[in-house]
Ligand binder design. Structure first.
Ligand code: NAG
Length: 185
């Protein structure tokens, strides 16, 4: 009986912790001179892009095994976590996927998700996510915008620069903008 009570209270505190995830962030495209410069990333289904009609990409960060390894989670936090992942083969979609180990396969064979970093310029020991920092993965910012299927839209991808991309990707950065936690989501 005690075990049951402990389990329930653990669930309740986990749920409460998940309901108050502060701060949360959106991502602003930084690509001076480009049409999409300054746009907030938005969702096309689970995939992040630019000038899509879906909700703004919004997330909170949690600290992983080390101070240099963060996870990102879709905001608001529901009962089911939607972590941010990079999924693909040589070009990786930035996606928010529930149960990514099961659901990511349709987007590519490789999945990365627990090494997000936040830097201003060079890597620094001040690694916490704060407004104005740039989102990277394992300290690398290999972000590109590729033309989307609809004219005037872009898909935001992390590209390792290797083979198999025929379209021209436009290099960009992703800047953290703190969202107003009181704003309705
Ligand atoms: C955004 O997309 C629409 C079409 O969906 C297009 O008409 C518009 O020009 C695009 N905006 C920019 C800044 O590219």
């Amino acid at each position: 009986m005690m075990n049951v009570i402990f389990t329930v209270s653990a669930l309740v505190s986990a749920a409460m912790a998940a309901v108050v995830p502060t701060p949360s962030f959106t991502l602003q495209a930084v690509a001076p001179g480009q049409q999409f410069d300054g746009m907030t990333l938005s969702l096309n289904g689970p995939l992040a892009g630019l000038n899509h009609t879906g909700d703004a990409v919004r997330f909170y960060a949690s600290n992983g095994q080390s101070a240099f390894a963060w996870s990102l989670h879709g905001f608001p936090a529901g009962l089911v976590d939607t972590p941010a992942v990079l999924v693909g083969d040589s070009a990786f979609n930035l996606a928010f996927l529930t149960a990514p180990e099961q659901t990511a396969k349709q987007y590519g064979s490789k999945l990365m998700m627990d090494q997000w970093t936040f830097t201003v310029g060079r890597p620094s020991i001040k690694i916490a996510p704060t407004p104005g920092k740039y989102l990277g993965y394992n300290f690398e910012q290999k972000w590109y915008a590729f033309p989307g299927q609809t004219e005037g839209t872009w898909t935001v991808m992390w590209w390792d620069g290797s083979c198999c991309i025929t379209q021209d990707g436009i290099p960009m950065k992703l800047k953290l903008v703190e969202s107003d936690s009181r704003a309705s989501s």
